[in-house]
Ligand binder design. Structure first.
Ligand SMILES: [Zn+2]
Length: 256
């Protein structure tokens, strides 16, 4: 089992240590950076936990796009070009949705497009997989950008999108990942039902909090087991098969 999306840098040292001990059965945790500082802390965490933690590098699209972000992007891209072997993916990158008032593609600031295109071009050049944040109305324009850059491997993380867009993502050979929301939320259960298990990755998006049976708890990589159980029910398959296939998917995606 892998947790393909946990922001480990957002935990304090003590909590991080406890969580890593408790989650010993999770083979790898992929930690996507949200920017330069986030990446610096994640690289230290990666050193501390060796192969158990792997890192992605990018600028999160929901961050405030102020004047300094262009400089940060430059530094980050420079660092990635010099150290491509220290990361397993480009990400988290994508398009803003939650931080936009008008949640339509025409409201995306130019700088957000620039950041996305620059990181996609880099991913294409370095042949790195991409972790995407692109939900609802932003999934389709992001898919177009990914295809335009001939990206081989991309995952639409914690996707929420119309069925038609989900099908286009599947037809393009890309992946989607689901969080433990699949345990208690119909929208995510419907999404999983639409998607062949060969194109499915599992994540928690920790420490972002979840609801339902998880309300008030620190998001834990072990919850991947609950997702496996829920997905097995939706697809009418054994849990062992879901675990095996999603593990192989993640290994192929990040380590293949
Ligand atoms: Zn994230």
């Amino acid at each position: 089992m892998l947790d393909t999306h946990y922001h480990l840098d957002q935990l304090d040292d003590e909590t991080l240590h406890r969580l890593m001990e408790e989650a010993a059965v999770i083979r790898n945790i992929i930690a996507p950076a949200t920017g330069l500082h986030s990446l610096e802390r994640l690289l230290k965490i990666k050193n501390q936990y060796n192969e158990r933690v792997e890192v992605g590098a990018g600028i999160h699209p929901e961050r405030e796009m102020n004047g300094e972000i262009r400089e940060e992007k430059k530094k980050l891209i420079q660092w990635i070009k010099e150290n491509p072997s220290k990361i397993r993916a480009i990400g988290e990158v994508g398009l803003p949705y939650y931080s936009l008032e008008n949640k339509q593609p025409n409201a995306i600031p130019e700088i957000a497009w620039e950041i996305l295109h620059d990181f996609l071009a880099l991913a294409s050049e370095l042949k790195l997989p991409v972790i995407l944040h692109a939900v609802h109305t932003m999934a389709q324009p992001c898919l177009e950008a990914v295809k335009q850059h001939n990206i081989e491997k991309a995952v639409f993380h914690w996707l929420k999108a119309p069925d038609e867009v989900v099908r286009q993502i599947m037809d393009s050979g890309y992946y989607i990942s689901v969080t433990p929301e699949v345990v208690y939320r119909e929208r995510d259960q419907h999404l999983v039902w639409l998607v062949p298990i060969e194109q499915l990755l599992l994540e928690t998006d920790g420490p972002y909090p979840h609801q339902g049976i998880y309300e008030g708890k620190l998001t834990h990589p072990l919850w991947i087991r609950d997702s496996i159980q829920a997905i097995a029910g939706i697809h009418g398959k054994l849990e062992e098969e879901i675990e095996q296939v999603t593990t192989q998917n993640a290994l192929r995606f990040f380590f293949g």
